[in-house]
Design a protein around this ligand. Sequence first.
Ligand SMILES: Cc1cc2nc3c(=O)[nH]c(=O)nc-3n(C[C@H](O)[C@H](O)[C@H](O)COP(=O)(O)O)c2cc1C
Length: 301
Amino acid sequence: MSDPVAPDPTPSDPAAPEPAASEPITSTAIQQALAERFGEELTVNEELPGLAVLARIAGHRSHRRFQSRPIDPDLLQLLCACALSAPSKSDLQQADIVIVRETAIRQTIVDTIPEMPWIMDAPVFLVFVGNGAQLPMMSKRRDKPFPNDHLDAFFNAAVDGAIVMTTFIQAATAVGLGICPISSVRDYPRIIAKALNLPPRTVPIAGLCVGWPEQPGEITPRLSLSTTVIENRYGERDLIGEIEAYDRRRAALRPYRRQRRVERWGEASFYGWSQDKARQYAEPTRTDFGAFVREQGFRLD
Ligand SMILES: Cc1cc2nc3c(=O)[nH]c(=O)nc-3n(C[C@H](O)[C@H](O)[C@H](O)COP(=O)(O)O)c2cc1C
């Protein structure tokens, strides 16, 4: 698979539970989640409005185990509507959501990505699609030239698709659902395109497993805020040192339970995030994705 093997696809650390719905959401809960995530104590004003929303965002975790309980179709439609209320580049509205209801289509996707059984187990599986078809169509219909058929046209559709997926995730999480994005739908994009009958000038951005979580899940630590929040402009910094510090902080909190491709790289005495990502991307992955995107009718110059 080309998307990260999560440190453990079935996390079950009881030490990091999501706050129960009945638990009062306090600034402390947010601080704790963010301390675990970034390794630093943030100031959170207790009087802030929207603390419950912040707590949910701060406590994000992907879920790969779901209850068999279905998702009401009306709820799913509501979440899609909320997701598609997201901002859209130039109001172009270049994102679609495919609800994969047919078992045969879902099975095709699972057969393509057998190492991710959670795609079949999730009560709902969606595919977020960047759709750049309407714009050239409207230009033609309104008898206008379309001199903007270049990389930006693809990028705009991809960004809109990603924003809609993110907004869906926020909406789904707000009602207590769990999610896991699946970019592995891009490992074999032609199979996915055929299964979903993707029209020209559309590309799958990512799939999304959605369901009622079976376990609370765990917070995954992220790079420190000093690494990823930049004041004004980039300057000199010790990125290697920062990554190594993150490797150590993360390994102390959530060590990888398995090393990737031991048969190729051997057993590392210390196995951190940067080692895992370097091993992951030592394998060729999606090398023909650009060709697929061009076949779909986008120009990438
Ligand atoms: C665009 C995108 C694609 C992803 N693709 C996959 C995937 O194919 N399979 C999977 O199990 N997880 C996938 N994930 C989930 C990541 O592995 C997960 O977000 C990451 O390990 C951090 O964990 P967290 O979400 O619990 O913080 C994806 C996440 C994103 C944002």
